[in-house]
Design a protein. Structure first.
Ligand code: GDP
Ligand code: IMO
Ligand code: MG
Length: 427
């Protein structure tokens, strides 16, 4: 059976955690393929809210195998804290959470390097989560990194010391404070903790599951507009957040990919720096932020808010090969009488375009809007698509016509139960 992918189509925080948890019972396995503790995936059910950073969002569904793939960068200290936070929920994570031996390790010095590099960027800072993501991927590509499999080696400490020493040399030039004793103690304790989990050849594990017809869902982190190649570079993360990242981050061949679920908010948000053509700086933006509780799940920073951006969404659909769309947070737009949708941009020379261009980073693109009538009424308690207000269904029809991909799920609240199938495509 082919592997289905679930990816964010915007700047992250689209609601991936909620939907992976919702869909997980249809699958035997959920596998994360990139990113690391920069991610914050929120799940809500039974009145409890959980935020996962590195652990796949299938963990709360019993009998589902969860895999941390080779494309992920793993901070063992944060991993240990995440597992400990789950301990009161009677989950058997040591049996159903599998970690690739090829997953890269985030060292304490990677986090310090992240801080040093951000500081040196001054006004051009990326607004990184400072979890060490960039420096760890940098070491991976430079062929210097340490991987989870290395912790089983008798020479792990030597390998660690060699890399940490290299980092210290760089950190000294950034005048960083360098007392690592506490960090390192925590790190080595967390490494021992990590050894209790199944550390596996995940590409074999996953491909054997594919061969035996097990349904698998690959869970993305961040969003397409933060992709290192296609996002608003340099204001991006350091991995491929798009479909190709699932192939390289799990060892799945492209012809083994099935459905590509693209998930987007009914509007847009962004945390950190970088271009955001439809960003609102007015009262509407403030109301959106308040109604959507738009604060980062990892850093608590306020998320910038704005109207839905169709050229950006079309771009993400194209790059990922999206086959089905899931629209999140429709309930947040219930506060507005009118809803704007950006259908193109006006460049500084007055010309209009409808693509997400290279110039998005340097040029001030003015959004061209179409205005649709809002539904302006609560969606609480609605369970069926046909019971949604006609204006909301018109909004979805408008998007489908423009995007040419069906919207099959509409989410109207953070809880697992506040999820409406439009076309029930999974049995
Ligand atoms: P992720 O990173 O893509 O998993 O998304 P986050 O968890 O960072 O952010 C999504 C936020 O929106 C979380 O607080 C979710 O609980 C919340 N959320 C998800 N779906 C909905 C929805 O349909 N309506 C509302 N109001 N909140 C939602
Ligand atoms: P999830 O998976 C939203 C943003 C950061 C910063 C940029 C680079 O929850 O959707 P990094 O720490 O990767 O070097 O930061 O990317 N960013 C996210 N924004 N959601 C995320 O993950 C993000 N992960 C990173 O704010 O602008
Ligand atoms: Mg998030």
């Amino acid at each position: 059976m082919k592997v289905d992918l679930l990816l964010g189509l915007q700047w992250g925080d689209e609601g991936k955690g909620k939907i992976v948890d919702f869909l997980a019972p249809k699958y035997d396995m959920v596998a994360r393929f990139q990113g690391g503790p920069n991610a914050g995936h929120t799940l809500e059910f039974d009145g409890i809210k959980h935020v996962l950073h590195q652990i796949p969002s299938g963990i709360f569904r019993h009998d589902i195998k969860n895999v941390i793939g080779n494309g992920v960068v793993l901070d063992p200290v944060i991993f240990r804290k995440e597992i400990e936070a789950l301990s009161k929920f009677e989950l058997d994570a040591k049996k159903n959470l599998f970690i690739s031996k090829k997953t890269q390790l985030i060292l304490p010095t990677h986090r310090l390097l992240d801080q040093a590099y951000e500081k040196s960027k001054g006004d051009n800072k990326i607004g990184s989560t400072l979890k060490g993501i960039g420096p760890t991927y940098q070491d991976k590509i430079a062929r210097l990194g340490l991987r989870v499999g290395d912790i089983l080696s008798d020479h792990f400490k030597e390998k660690y010391d060699r890399l940490a020493k290299k980092h210290m040399t760089i950190l000294k030039t950034h005048e960083m404070e360098l007392d690592l004793t506490e960090y390192e103690n925590e790190f080595f304790k967390a490494i021992q903790f990590l050894k209790q989990f199944p550390l596996i050849e995940s590409e074999y594990f996953i491909n054997e599951a594919i061969q035996s017809n097990a349904p698998i869902l690959a869970e993305g982190a961040q969003g397409s507009l933060l992709d290192v190649d296609f996002g608003s570079y340099p204001f991006v993360t350091s991995s491929n957040t798009t479909s190709s990242g699932a192939c390289s981050g799990l060892g799945i061949a492209p012809n083994k990919i099935g459905e590509v679920f693209g998930i987007f908010k009914a509007y847009c948000t962004r945390v950190g720096s970088g271009p955001f053509p439809t960003e609102l700086f007015d009262e509407d933006g403030e109301r959106m932020q308040k109604e959507g509780r738009e604060f980062g799940a990892t850093t608590g920073r306020p998320r910038r808010c704005g109207w839905l951006d169709l050229p950006a969404l079309k771009y993400a659909i194209m790059i990922n090969g999206v086959t089905q769309l899931f629209m999140m947070k429709a309930d947040v737009l219930s506060i507005f009488e009118d809803i704007k949708v950006c259908t193109g941009y006006r460049k500084t020379d007055g010309s209009e375009i409808d693509i997400f261009p290279y110039e998005v980073v340097d040029e001030n693109l003015e959004p061209v809007y179409e205005v649709l009538k809002g539904w302006n009424t609560s969606l609480d308690g609605i369970n069926e698509y046909d019971d949604l207000p006609v204006e909301l269904r018109n909004y979805i029809d408008f998007l489908e016509v423009n995007l040419n991909v069906p919207v099959n799920i509409v989410s109207i609240g953070p809880d697992r139960t506040e999820t409406i199938w439009r076309n029930k495509v999974l049995a």
